[in-house]
Design a protein around this ligand. Structure first.
Ligand code: HEM
Length: 488
């Protein structure tokens, strides 16, 4: 009987429009604070109820995260925040990997995965370093740069060049603007707008329609040009255009567009923010920065890094991982229960929306010593392992453990306490690409420059679609001339 089922601790229900407006206002002012306070008050799984809406469960316990993402993965689907064509992220991404479900998703994941296979992405390493060096040319003679803008531009150029073999530098502003619209629409500020029926025109909705139009123009043009030449350029786009499923079916232009836009958007903002937070943390911890510089200078001896060097730059990897622990770019992700089920002894009715808050799990004192401290050494037992995240992870593959995922977590207390890339069959398909990119960019930049917060720059996390530094990130950049000269 429903009444006898155990429900998680609940916050005060949101019963009317005034309660709801208050909730939205609080979310806009301090979303992270509300989530953290909720966990502190009610425990690692709590629920809240908004009249007329599905139940909402907030989740931070690694055992529960494992249930949702791995053990009961087949019972949870992407919820309407992703899949709704009018209000969800699907408005921009269509029916790509991030926003699809069921058999369709499975087929697409199989088709797309080979393009992001570790061996395949090795060839992108040079592009990653070259694009970073090009960015650094623009820093010459500058004292202060907007690091957020620079990281976004460069990660966008990298994803465009390596996955689509195109140079979008001329168009990166349009793509960047479209991205900003998305961030706005899904940030705390979009709360009230989300209450209105989708067909009511609002400035935000106009802006998002324009953003989709701009993106489509760029991406369909690239697809058209490639279909015409029919060339296999060895990049993701070629693979998408040539891929066929078991029945010999390829993808329509629209499906290729959806996957391409998904890669564009999922693949640059996250990595750029990983680097943003890494620069902030290094500027705040000169002793860690010195250790990083020492490793980079010793191993590279003044050369630009290559993929082969990453094995010998373990501290670079540790710094990135620790930065993603404190500031996971994808600080939450969500699902809906496709059927009635149970998690941690609590009833989960069909339709319940589950939000996993990795930001809180990553800073939980049960799983981390000195959780608020920046200590890359806690990831010390690991070395770079370029083994692939397999399409639908296979057991026994190198770097993939019994439950079918890359082990990111040796040396920490609970493997689902560290989930910057999610977990289970829907783990980030770009995780090897992202790790390689972040490490190569960090090594290339830190070899040549030391970054410090610009005077007056206050750093505050802004939880939009990704966790980013609010209002951009102005930093002073100083060339590390003397250290490099030692090797010349
Ligand atoms: C540091 C960088 C990145 C972070 C932190 C990150 C994080 C994540 C997370 C947490 C998920 C799982 C979301 C969920 O379970 O609901 C995910 C999925 C995904 N990511 Fe990433 N990501 C990064 C970079 C990339 C890159 C470089 C690409 C592509 C080139 C990419 C493409 C995707 C796609 C397509 C999915 C959906 C996979 C599926 O559902 O099958 N990501 N990412």
């Amino acid at each position: 009987m429903i009444n006898e089922r155990k429900m998680p601790p609940a916050t005060r229900p949101v019963k009317n429009i005034l309660d709801l407006l208050e909730l939205f206002r609080n979310m806009r002012d301090d979303l992270l604070g509300i989530m953290v306070d909720g966990f502190k008050e009610y425990g690692d799984l709590f629920m809240f109820e908004v009249k007329g809406q599905p139940l909402q469960y907030m989740m931070a316990h690694p055992d529960h995260i494992q249930e949702v993402t791995v053990k009961q993965a087949d019972k949870f689907i992407k919820n309407s925040d992703y899949t709704d064509r009018h209000k969800g992220i699907a408005r921009f991404l269509g029916n790509g990997l991030l926003t699809s479900n069921g058999e369709f998703w499975k087929r697409q994941r199989k088709l797309v995965a080979p393009a992001l296979h570790a061996r395949r992405i090795e060839s992108y390493a040079q592009t990653m370093v070259d694009s970073t060096l090009k960015m650094l040319e623009g820093w010459q003679g500058q004292r202060e740069v907007d690091i957020d803008e620079e990281m976004m531009k460069t990660t966008l150029a990298i994803v465009a060049r390596s996955l689509f073999n195109v140079d979008v530098s001329g168009e990166s502003r349009k793509i960047g603007d479209a991205m900003a619209v998305m961030q706005d629409m899904f940030g705390a500020t979009s709360g009230v707008e989300a209450l209105l029926p989708w067909w009511i025109p609002t400035p935000g909705r106009f802006a998002s329609r324009r953003a989709v139009r701009d993106l489509n123009e760029i991406v369909y043009r690239i697809i058209r040009e490639r279909r015409q030449t029919n060339e296999d350029l060895g990049d993701l786009l070629s693979m998408l255009l040539l891929a066929q499923d078991d029945a010999g079916q390829g993808m329509t232009d629209e499906q290729v567009r959806d996957e391409a836009v998904t890669m564009f958007l999922a693949g640059h903002d996250t990595t750029a923010n990983t680097l943003n937070w890494t620069w902030v943390l290094l500027a705040q911890h000169p002793e860690i920065e010195a250790k990083l510089h020492d490793e980079i200078d010793r191993v590279l001896e003044g050369r630009a890094p290559t993929l082969a060097d990453l094995k010998r730059l373990p501290y670079v990897e540790m710094v990135i991982k620790e930065s993603m622990r404190l500031y996971p770019p994808a600080f939450t992700f969500s699902r809906a229960a496709a059927v009635d089920t149970e998690i941690g002894g609590y009833h989960v009715p069909k339709g319940t929306v589950i939000t996993v808050v990795s930001y809180y799990t990553h800073r939980h004192a049960d799983w981390w010593d000195e959780p608020e401290a920046f200590k890359p050494e806690r990831f010390g037992e690991q070395v770079y392992d370029p083994s692939p995240p397999s399409p639908l992870p296979l057991q026994g593959e190198r770097g993939v453990d019994a439950e079918g995922e890359r082990s990111f977590t040796s040396g920490i207390k609970h493997r689902y306490a560290y989930i910057p890339f999610g977990a289970g069959p829907r783990v980030c398909i770009g995780n090897s690409f992202a790790m390689m990119e972040a490490q190569l960019m960090l090594a290339t930049i830190a070899q040549r420059y030391q970054l410090r917060l610009a005077p007056g720059q206050v750093v505050e996390p802004e939880p939009l679609l990704t966790l980013r530094p609010k209002g951009g990130l102005k930093m002073r950049v100083e060339e590390r001339v003397r250290e490099r000269e030692k090797f010349i």
